[in-house]
Design a protein around this ligand. Structure first.
Ligand code: 6R9
Length: 653
C-alpha cells in the first residue's frame, strides 16, 4: 500500500527519537499548562462530548440557544440543533461593541510596503457597509457568492459581509486560471463575484479582473461583479454588471444587522481536489464550525490579548478561512496579513515583517520552511525575531530536519512548534500539540485535539498495532466537519464514509507510536500535494486530454526536495503527432493556463501507451515508481501489456 516515498518518510521518522518539552516559562502562562491537564480535558471531551462542546460554545454569542448539542451520528451528525448565531457577529460585533473596540483587528502590509490597520470598530463599519452592498445587489440568504481576490483586508471583509447576510461564500484561490473559476462558479451557481483590479505579486501584477472577465464568458448565472480598486491599473467594466467597491461602499448604509443563522445553515463552500472527477465543493456550516475554529485557535495557538498573530496562508485555502479569518477574529486577536511573496524584494521579507510588526505567533507551511532553508540562514540572521513566542506548520508532513531548522533558526530554541494536521474537509485542526502541554517530536503532529478520536486501521477497518503504518480514520464526528459535497451527498458519503463503515476516512497514511503520537505518512490515494496544495491527478489529466494533440494522460506525484511532491505527466499523442521538446513545453504551459501555475507538470513524458490493468485502469502505482526511481520493481501481475512498461523504461532519460 505505502508508496516508496511513504516508506522513505516512515524510515526517517522511525529513527526520530528527539523529544522537546514545552519550555517552562511558556507553559506557566499557557491556557493548557501540562500534559495532565490536556489528558483530563481530552478524556472529558470524548466521555462527555455534549458537556464539553456546550461549554466551549457558551464562550461565543448566540441569538437563540440550541436544544441539543449532538444529534445523529457519523456523516449524519448535526451540532447545536436549533441554535441561532452569526459568524460575522462573533468575529466582529462582539469585540467592536465591547472592550476591543479600538484594538487592531487586521494589520495589513501590501507587497509594495504600505501598512493599514483596521480596528475592530473599523472592521465593524466596513463589514456592515459591504453586507449592505450585497443586499443592494439583491443578494440574499442562501445565495452563493464567489470571491476571487488577493490578500488584502477587503478579502476578509468580503467573507464577513457574506456571512453577515447568510450568503454562502465560495473563495477561489487567486492563482487559479479562468477555466478553474468558471467550473467552480457554475457548479455552485454563484450569482455574483467579488474581485479586484489587480493584485501585487513578486513585483508584478496579477490581473484578477481580466481573468474573471474571461471566466464569466462561460457563467450565465453571474449577474454582478464587485471590483475593489487595489492598484488602479486599467480594467474593463461591463455596463450593468460590474460595479466599483469604493463607490458602492460610499452609497451603502452604515448599519446592517446580522442575520440569525441556524447552526446547521451553510457558511461557505470551498473546492478541493479529490481522486476522481472535478474538484468538489465541501460545505461548511455555521455553529459547529464557529465553535471549533474558535476553540482550536484559542488552545493550539494559545492566543493571548497582546498577540500579533500571523498565519501566512492565503485565504483561498482552508487554512486562510479557519486561521486567518474565522478562528483568530472570534478570539479577538490582532491578525497580521501580508499581500505578496516571501522573497520580494528580497529573501528576508517575512523576517522583516516579523520584526517590524512584532509578530508573536507565526504559522506557515513546510514548503515555505524548505525554501527558507535553501535561501540560506544569513537572511534570517539579519533580523532579531525576538518577538516570536510560538511557531506552527500545516499542509504536509514536515521532515524532521526542516523541523529542527525551524526550531533553531526561527524559534531560537525558545518557541514551541505546533505541527497541525487537518484537511479542508475537517474544517479545523485535528491532531496537534498544545504548546504549553505536549512534548513535541520533530515530524510528528503528536496527539488529537479535544473530541477527536483518530485510529490507524487496515483497508478493512481493523486496528493496526502501534508502530505499524495504516490508514488514518476518525471514529467520531466532530463539530466543524464538512457536512456534504455541494449538490452531491452521494459523493460525500462514498468518498469519506464508506471505505471504513462508521468512520471518516482521511485519505492519509499514518502510524501511531507507543506514546500515542501520530506520524503522518502522506496520501494513500491519487491526490498530489504540491507545496502543500492539493491537486487531483484527474484534474491535470483532464486538462492535458483537452489539448488537441493529446490522446491520453496519466499524472503521478514524485518526491521533490522543495515542493514535497512534483507532478510527472505521462502522455500519449493523437495519431500523426510527433513528440518534441516544443510540444512538451507547450503542454506544461497549457495546464498552467487551464488550471493555474501550481498545476504545471514538472515533467512531461511521451509514451506510446499507458500501463493499464486488465480492467482498463491506469496503473499509477507503476508510473509513480518509474517517475521516482526510473525503474519498476513492484508487482506487475495485473498489467495488461508488459510491452508498455518496457517502452516506458526505454524512454527514461
Ligand atoms: C489544512 C490543509 C489536506 C492534506 C491532508 C494531508 C496533508 C495537512 C498536515 C498534512 C502531515 C500535517 N496535511 N497538514 N500532512 N502533517 N501537519 O492542508 O488542508 O489543503 O485540504 O490538505 O494535507 O495529506 O490530507 P488541505
Amino acid at each position: 500500500m505505502a508508496t516508496l516515498e511513504e516508506s522513505k518518510n516512515l524510515d526517517s521518522s522511525l529513527r526520530e527519537n528527539r523529544v522537546f518539552a514545552p519550555p517552562a516559562e511558556f507553559a506557566a502562562k499557557a491556557h493548557i499548562k501540562s500534559l495532565e491537564q490536556y489528558e483530563a480535558m481530552y478524556r472529558r471531551s470524548v466521555e462527555d462530548p455534549e458537556g464539553f462542546w456546550a461549554d466551549a460554545a457558551k464562550e461565543l454569542e448566540w441569538f437563540a440557544p440550541w436544544t441539543k448539542v449532538i444529534d445523529g451520528q457519523a456523516q449524519h451528525t448535526k451540532w447545536f440543533v436549533g441554535g441561532k448565531l452569526n459568524l460575522s457577529h462573533n468575529c466582529v460585533d462582539r469585540h467592536a461593541l465591547g472592550a476591543r473596540k479600538d484594538k487592531v483587528a487586521i494589520l495589513w502590509e501590501g507587497e509594495p510596503g504600505e501598512v493599514r490597520r483596521l480596528t475592530y470598530a473599523d472592521l465593524h463599519e466596513e463589514v456592515q457597509r459591504f453586507a449592505n452592498v450585497l443586499k443592494g445587489l439583491g443578494i440574499k440568504r442562501g445565495d452563493r457568492v464567489a470571491i476571487y481576490m488577493g490578500m488584502c483586508p477587503e478579502l476578509a471583509i468580503a467573507l464577513l459581509g457574506c456571512a453577515r447576510i447568510g450568503a454562502i461564500h465560495s473563495v477561489i484561490f487567486g492563482g487559479f486560471a479562468a477555466h478553474a473559476i468558471s467550473d467552480r462558479v457554475n457548479d455552485a451557481g454563484c450569482v455574483a463575484i467579488i474581485t479586484q483590479d489587480t493584485s501585487y505579486r513578486r513585483g508584478g501584477e496579477v490581473k484578477l479582473k481580466a481573468i474573471v472577465d474571461q471566466a464569466l464568458e462561460k457563467c450565465s448565472m453571474v449577474k454582478n461583479v464587485v471590483v475593489y480598486k487595489r492598484s488602479g491599473s486599467p480594467v474593463e467594466m461591463k455596463e450593468g454588471r460590474d460595479i466599483w467597491w469604493d463607490q458602492a461602499m460610499l452609497a451603502a448604509g452604515k448599519e446592517c444587522p446580522a442575520e440569525w443563522m441556524d447552526a446547521e445553515d451553510p457558511l461557505y463552500l470551498l473546492y478541493t481536489s479529490g481522486t476522481t472527477g472535478k474538484p468538489k465543493g465541501l460545505v461548511h456550516t455555521t455553529g459547529g464550525y464557529a465553535v471549533q475554529t474558535y476553540l482550536t485557535s484559542k488552545y493550539v495557538f494559545d492566543l493571548r490579548e497582546d498577540d500579533i498573530y500571523w498565519c501566512t496562508a492565503d485565504i483561498g485555502w482552508v487554512t486562510g478561512h479557519s486561521y486567518v479569518v474565522y478562528g483568530p477574529l472570534q478570539n479577538g486577536a490582532t491578525v497580521m496579513m501580508y499581500e505578496g511573496a516571501p522573497n520580494w524584494p528580497e529573501n528576508d521579507r517575512f523576517w522583516k515583517i516579523v520584526d517590524d510588526h512584532k509578530v508573536t505567533v507565526f504559522y506557515t507551511a513546510p514548503t515555505a520552511i524548505r525554501a527558507f532553508t535553501k535561501w540560506g540562514d544569513e537572511w534570517v540572521r539579519k533580523h532579531s525575531l525576538a518577538s516570536l513566542r510560538l511557531l506552527g506548520t500545516v499542509g504536509e508532513p514536515i521532515n524532521p530536519e526542516s523541523w529542527m531548522w525551524y526550531h533553531r533558526e526561527i524559534g531560537k530554541e525558545r518557541c514551541p512548534i505546533v505541527d497541525t494536521y487537518w484537511q479542508t474537509e475537517t474544517g479545523t485542526i485535528m491532531i496537534s500539540p498544545l504548546p504549553g502541554a505536549t512534548p513535541t517530536k520533530p515530524g510528528s503532529a503528536t496527539r488529537p485535539f479535544f473530541g477527536i478520536v483518530p485510529e490507524v486501521v487496515t483497508r478493512s477497518g481493523e486496528p493496526v498495532p502501534d508502530g505499524q503504518g495504516g490508514l488514518l480514520v476518525f471514529r467520531k464526528a466532530w463539530p466543524s466537519m464538512a457536512r456534504t459535497v455541494y449538490g452531491d451527498q452521494e459523493r460525500y458519503e462514498k468518498t469519506y464514509w464508506s471505505d471504513i463503515p462508521g468512520s471518516y476516512f482521511t485519505g492519509d497514511g499514518a502510524r501511531r507510536d507507543a506514546d500515542g503520537y501520530y506520524w503522518l505518512m502522506g496520501r494513500v490515494d491519487d491526490v498530489i500535494n504540491v507545496s502543500g496544495h492539493r491537486l487531483g491527478t484527474m484534474e491535470i489529466e483532464s486538462a492535458l486530454v483537452a489539448h488537441p494533440k493529446v490522446a491520453e494522460a496519466a499524472c503521478v506525484g514524485r518526491p521533490d526536495d522543495m515542493k514535497g511532491q512534483a507532478i510527472a505527466a505521462f502522455v500519449t499523442l493523437e495519431g500523426g503527432q510527433e513528440p518534441s521538446e516544443e510540444l512538451r513545453q507547450e503542454l506544461r504551459q497549457w495546464v498552467a493556463k487551464e488550471i493555474g501555475a501550481l498545476a504545471r507538470p514538472d515533467d512531461v513524458r511521451f509514451t506510446d501507451a499507458l500501463p493499464k490493468t486488465r480492467s482498463g485502469k491506469i496503473m499509477r502505482r507503476l508510473l509513480r515508481e518509474l517517475a521516482t526511481t526510473g525503474d519498476v520493481k513492484g508487482d506487475t501481475t495485473t498489467l495488461e501489456d508488459f510491452g508498455v512498461l518496457a517502452k516506458l523504461r526505454e524512454n527514461e532519460e
